[in-house]
Design a protein around this ligand. Structure first.
Ligand code: NDP
Length: 331
């Protein structure tokens, strides 16, 4: 598959360029708002064309798909342009700044017969696939609750717009709560109905929240407790899922790398759950390519991206108002 990178981003450099090439892909072009950066990024990553004009980049019959990883405020217009040009789209989360735009872009891709996917990496991890299989197998019994802890320390090179630019989509809720929403939906196979939340600035955020805690009610009645932060230097990440017959304790699994530990605890005792340690992003790209070839669906599709954004928006609204807020999935 021949890819265009919309956005000369860190995530593309750190994970996605490798994932495209690991799947036999070619990266034809990259778009940056800055001509010098377009040139230097293209040279550094052996990409043929560095563009500053999206229409020019998309006017290329040898381009099959785009990967959008600009700041969040740009995803909607860029995805709509790519879809209008007939390109398949792998879009970073959050899909857009609001649910209405996300619904519009996902519908536009469907109407055009194009594959549209959301780059939620966590559901591609061997750890999370093993957890999801255990939940679905019934070994935990009826699910009572899920606790997800995803408080990290945002490294200095990623602090930029995330910590001080609400117009670009900064804040921990658009950045990390969306991933947790996707992970919870993936494991429990159901959508949150309503949420309560409190957010705060605990030393890093300037005009945006850098920490949030929330509680979600699921359709089944199961309860979810979520914690996301940019300011926790020494916290462990993880997820616990508690059912009537067993619990899963997973540590170190809310990460970009194939690491962590998963333990199943039942009346019989504790057992370590083995899992595959493949690259998360390469798996997502592989499933995207299969979907374009008409085989199966992407790991996280457009509907998943709409839902994770909808939950994050409800958490933000609940934190703002102090009230329990229904999740609006946009119809
Ligand atoms: P970056 O800050 O690296 O990139 C965003 C934009 O900032 C780029 O498009 C680029 O603009 C500009 N930029 C980046 N680095 C520099 C630099 N050194 N000098 C000048 N400009 C620069 O963002 P991320 O890669 O962290 O995030 C991009 C998107 O990906 C976001 O939507 C985010 O939510 C998502 N993301 C997803 C992850 C996942 O695991 N699924 C992980 C990390 C991010 P230009 O293109 O105009 O050059």
């Amino acid at each position: 598959m021949r890819w265009g990178l919309v956005g000369a981003s860190n995530i593309a450099a750190a994970h996605m360029i490798g994932a495209f090439r690991a799947n036999g892909g070619t990266i034809r072009s990259v778009l940056s708002g800055d001509p010098d950066r377009a040139k230097s990024y293209a040279a550094e990553h052996q990409i043929e064309f560095g563009h500053t004009d999206l229409d020019k980049m998309l006017d290329d019959d040898d381009l099959d798909a785009v990967y959008i990883s600009t700041t969040n405020d740009k995803h909607f217009a860029q995805a709509m342009a790519a879809i209008a040009a007939g390109k398949h789209v792998l879009c970073e989360k959050p899909l857009a700044m609001d649910v209405t735009d996300a619904v519009t872009m996902v519908r536009a891709a469907a109407d055009a017969g194009l594959v549209f996917a959301t780059n939620h990496h966590l559901r591609n991890a061997g750890s999370h696939l093993a957890i999801r299989d255990l939940v679905q197998s019934g070994r935990l019994g009826d699910i009572l609750s899920l606790r997800i802890f995803h408080a990290v320390h945002l490294p200095p090179h990623l602090q930029g717009w995330r910590i001080d630019n609400p117009a670009a989509g900064g804040g921990v809720i658009p950045d990390i709560t969306v991933h947790d929403a996707d992970t919870v939906r993936f494991h429990l196979g159901e959508d949150p109905v309503s949420v309560v939340a409190m957010s705060t600035g605990s030393g890093m955020g300037q005009g945006v929240e850098d920490s949030v805690m929330s509680v979600w009610e699921m359709r089944s009645g199961a309860q979810v407790m979520a914690h996301e932060s940019f300011t926790h230097r020494h916290a462990a990440t993880g997820v616990e899922i508690h059912g009537t017959k067993g619990s899963i304790h997973a540590r170190g699994v809310m990460t970009q790398n194939p690491v962590g530990e998963v333990t199943l605890v039942t009346e019989a005792g504790a057992e370590t759950v083995p899992f595959d340690q493949h690259d998360l992003y390469a798996r997502a790209v592989g499933l995207f390519i299969d979907a374009v070839a008409g085989k199966g669906a992407p790991a996280a599709d457009g509907r998943d991206g709409i839902a994770s954004l909808a939950v994050a928006k409800a958490v933000a609204a609940a934190a703002e108002s102090g009230r329990r807020t229904d999740v609006d999935y946009g119809g």
